[in-house]
Design a protein around this ligand. Structure first.
Ligand SMILES: Cc1ncc(COP(=O)(O)O)c(C=O)c1O
Length: 394
C-alpha cells in the first residue's frame, strides 16, 4: 500500500511466465501490434506512435526528452515536487536551456501561471508532471495543453503515477508526448515504459533520425546532430515497432507480456470504470485516515485518486510505524522525500490494491500500530470512516 511499486495483478504475473519467443517471430510481432492498440485505449489516443520503451518509467522520460530536445533548445519545466526536478535534470543533461517555475510541494499551478510562463519563456517544449507521486497531487493539464497547441509548443507529460487511476486524455488535452510505467495503477511490475507520441512529436524525431551504421541502407539519411542516445533513440525505436521492424535492441519479451496484460486488464475494465474504482477506494482511504484523527497532506481538491499523503502525528516515529506495519501485518506504506521527509507517509491505493478489503485491512492495522506507538487514535475510527464513505458513495 505504498506509492508504487505495488502488488502486481496475478494475471500479469502469469502472463510473464509464458514461453519466450524471438522478436521477429510472427507471434511476437502480432503481440507488439496488439500491445500498441491496447495502449491507444489506455492513453486515450489515436496516435500511431504508441509503443513500449524497455526500462523503468524514467527510461520513457529519457527517451522522450532526449529524442525531442536538441542541445540549446529552450525547455520550460514547472516544478511542484520531486519528479519535476527529475524532468529539469534530464532536460539539462540533454543540453536544453532549461527554465523553471516552482510551487510549494502539495500544491499545483493555476493553469494561467504556466500559460504566462509559456509566453515569457517561449520554449520549444513544455515538460510537466501530471501526478507527482512525491506530493500526492495532480496538475490539471487540459487548459495547458490547449495553450501549448495554440503557441506551437511541444507538450510532454509524465503520467507514470496517474495513468489508469485518474482521468487522462492524450488527444483531447493536446498532449504531444506522454510516458508511463507499469508499477502504479497499471498493476504490473516496473521495467516497461508505455509511451505515446503525436504526429507533431514524431515529425521532430524523424528529422533527427540516424540509423546505426551497421544496419542502415546506403540511401538512409545521416544527420549532423543525431539523438544523443542510441538506446533511447525514438527514431530507431519507432522503426523497430513499425512496419520496417528495423533491428534495434533485443525486446524484453517477458516485460512485453506484462505490459500487454496490464493494458488488457484496463481496457476490459474500461478506463472510466478504472478511474472511478481508484477514486472510490482512494476516497475511502482518505476518509478512514481522517477517521483516525490524522491530518491529510496537500491540496485535497487536486489529490491523486491513488495516493494519499498524511501527516505523521506528533510524537510518533514514522519509520517505526512503517516497520511495525510491515513486520506484523505485511503491509508496506510509503515514506517521503525532500521537504516532506519525516513529515508525511504516503499511502497508495492503486492497481490491484485499489480494493475495499485492502483499504479496510490497512486502516485496521494502522490503528493498532499507532496505538502501540502512543498515539491517541479513536477505536474503530479508521474502518468506520472508510465504511461511512463507501456507504455514502453507494
Ligand atoms: C511521477 C513519477 N515519475 C517518474 C518516476 C520514476 O520511475 P522509475 O522509478 O520507474 O524509473 C516515478 C517513480 O515513482 C514517478 O512516480
Amino acid at each position: 500500500m505504498g506509492p508504487g511499486p505495488i502488488t502486481a495483478d496475478p494475471r500479469v504475473l502469469r502472463a510473464m511466465s509464458a514461453a519466450l519467443v524471438g522478436q521477429y517471430d510472427p507471434a511476437m510481432t502480432a503481440y507488439m501490434a496488439e500491445t500498441q492498440e491496447l495502449y491507444r485505449g489506455v492513453f486515450r489516443t489515436a496516435n500511431a506512435a504508441t509503443l513500449l520503451v524497455d526500462g523503468t518509467s524514467r527510461a520513457g522520460i529519457e527517451a522522450a526528452l532526449v529524442s525531442l530536445i536538441e542541445p540549446g533548445d529552450r525547455v520550460l519545466v514547472p516544478i511542484f515536487g520531486r519528479f519535476g526536478f527529475l524532468l529539469q535534470e534530464i532536460a539539462a543533461r540533454c543540453g536544453a536551456d532549461v527554465h523553471t517555475i516552482e510551487r510549494e510541494w502539495g500544491t499545483v499551478f493555476p493553469p494561467e501561471e504556466v500559460i504566462a510562463a509559456l509566453d515569457a519563456v517561449q520554449p520549444k517544449l513544455l515538460a510537466l508532471v501530471h501526478g507527482d507521486t512525491s506530493t500526492t497531487v495532480a496538475q490539471p493539464l487540459a487548459e495547458i495543453g490547449a495553450a501549448c497547441q495554440e503557441r506551437g509548443v511541444l507538450f510532454y507529460t509524465d503520467v507514470t503515477a496517474s495513468l489508469g487511476g485518474n482521468e487522462f486524455e492524450t488527444d483531447a488535452w493536446g498532449v504531444d508526448a506522454a510516458t508511463a510505467g507499469l508499477q502504479k495503477c497499471l498493476a504490473g511490475p516496473s521495467g516497461s515504459s508505455p509511451i505515446t507520441l503525436s504526429d507533431r512529436a514524431v515529425a521532430v524525431i524523424a528529422a533527427r533520425k540516424s540509423i546505426e551504421a551497421g544496419i542502415r541502407d546506403a540511401d538512409s539519411q545521416v544527420v549532423a546532430h543525431p539523438i544523443r542516445s542510441n538506446y533511447f533513440d525514438l527514431g530507431q525505436i519507432l522503426d523497430y515497432w513499425g512496419e520496417k521492424r528495423l533491428n534495434h535492441h533485443t525486446e524484453a519479451t517477458s516485460m512485453l507480456y506484462a505490459a500487454r496484460e496490464c493494458a488488457r486488464l484496463l481496457v476490459e475494465e474500461t478506463m472510466s470504470v478504472a478511474v472511478e474504482r481508484h477514486a472510490l477506494h482512494g476516497g475511502a482511504m482518505a476518509a478512514g485516515l481522517a477517521g483516525l484523527g490524522l491530518e491529510l497532506f496537500g491540496d485535497q481538491d487536486h489529490r491523486m485518486n491513488n495516493v494519499i499523503g498524511v501527516f505523521i502525528p506528533a510524537g510518533v516515529e514514522g519509520e517505526a510505524v512503517r516497520g511495525a506495519l510491515l513486520a506484523d501485518y505485511a503491509i508496506e506504506i510509503g515514506t517521503s522525500f525532500g521537504p516532506l521527509h519525516g513529515r508525511i507517509w504516503r499511502i497508495g491505493v492503486m492497481g490491484y490494491n485499489a480494493r475495499r478489503d485492502t483499504v479496510l485491512t490497512t486502516l485496521a492495522a494502522l490503528e493498532q500500530v499507532l496505538r502501540r506507538a502512543g498515539a491517541a487514535v479513536p477505536a474503530g475510527g479508521g474502518v468506520d470512516g472508510a465504511l461511512a464513505y463507501y456507504g455514502s458513495a453507494e
